[in-house]
Design a protein around this ligand. Structure first.
Ligand code: ADP
Length: 271
């Protein structure tokens, strides 16, 4: 279809995946060949934010309407009225990570509100998982709170920490860690050493959670916190082998949802 000279695409040839997270909403469009992506901050009306984001992504991708087959995952997945399926974050991260890094055997996902480790079978299927969703320790929320206490943007934490010797941080509870960080600043400990110490404690905590599943490489690191290069390096050091961070690591869940929507579309067309 053309309009104003713009070539529009047939939305029936695409599916959509949404990851409605605690901090960010991520959307992916997929057509069996290529994917498009967009994200926006989460808010009090997840259905509206996700619908608006998907609509914006469709416009940018020259689709004149939202694809009929949409899968939603994440904390807000049940609030999305356009979703025909609502897979768990575990299945979406497993699916998305295997797509981005074929042969992946283990996934570590650290998002805004929880941290998960997922073990995959040789064929990329789900085998087992462990999850910390009981407290903010070691999650993106913890990292963002520390970044605020240190007056460093969350996306600059890695740069601060990379060449620094970590200063030991004992508290992992967000409230106590914040007090400890403020007290270290007052004692004259450099922000670089404090941030490196916070990263080291997140890495230790993550690796010890993952250890119960006996991880083996290749390990893929996903979720917003995976964008912190220093944390990725430190988790690799704690686990004993490097972790791989794919380019679109924050979109892994939304991409996995889109891939599951694609499978669903094919199965339902073939019936
Ligand atoms: P959710 O799905 O729960 O919304 P995400 O996987 O989208 O979580 O991750 C959001 C978290 O990622 C934020 O809490 C923030 O701390 C962290 N984050 C975002 N960007 C970066 C970055 N560049 N470096 C490190 N952490 C980041």
């Amino acid at each position: 279809m053309t309009s104003l000279g713009i070539q529009t695409k047939n939305p029936d040839q695409w599916v959509a995946g949404l990851d409605i997270g605690s901090t960010m909403v991520k959307a992916v469009l997929y057509n069996g060949n290529e994917y498009r992506k967009a994200m926006s901050p989460a808010g009090w009306d997840p259905n509206k934010i996700a619908t608006d984001l998907l609509f914006l992504l469709c416009c940018r991708s020259n689709l004149h309407k939202i694809p009929k087959v949409t899968a939603a995952t994440g904390y807000g997945r049940h609030s999305m009225d356009k979703a025909v399926l609502s897979p768990t974050e575990i299945s979406c991260h497993a699916k998305g990570a295997s797509f981005l890094i074929p042969g992946c055997r283990f996934v570590i996902d650290i998002g805004g509100q929880d941290a998960k480790a997922i073990r995959l079978s040789e064929d990329g299927g789900f085998k087992d998982f462990v999850m910390n969703d009981k407290c903010a320790a070691g999650t993106g929320r913890f990292l963002s709170a520390m970044a605020q206490a240190l007056s460093v943007p969350v996306d600059k934490l890695s740069t601060y920490a990379e060449a620094a010797t970590p200063h030991r941080i004992n508290a992992m509870c967000t409230v106590f860690a914040e007090s400890e960080v403020i007290s270290l600043i007052n004692q004259g400990v450099s922000r670089h050493a404090i941030i490196a110490g916070l990263h080291a404690s997140i890495a230790r905590r993550t690796a010890s959670m993952a250890a119960s599943l006996h991880p083996e490489p290749p390990v893929v690191f996903t979720g917003g916190v995976s964008q912190n290069h220093d944390i990725a390096i430190k988790i690799g050091e704690e686990m004993g082998f490097p972790v791989i961070v794919p380019d679109d690591s924050i979109y892994t869940g939304a991409l996995g949802a889109a891939l599951l929507a694609w499978d669903w579309k094919r199965e339902n067309r073939e019936k």
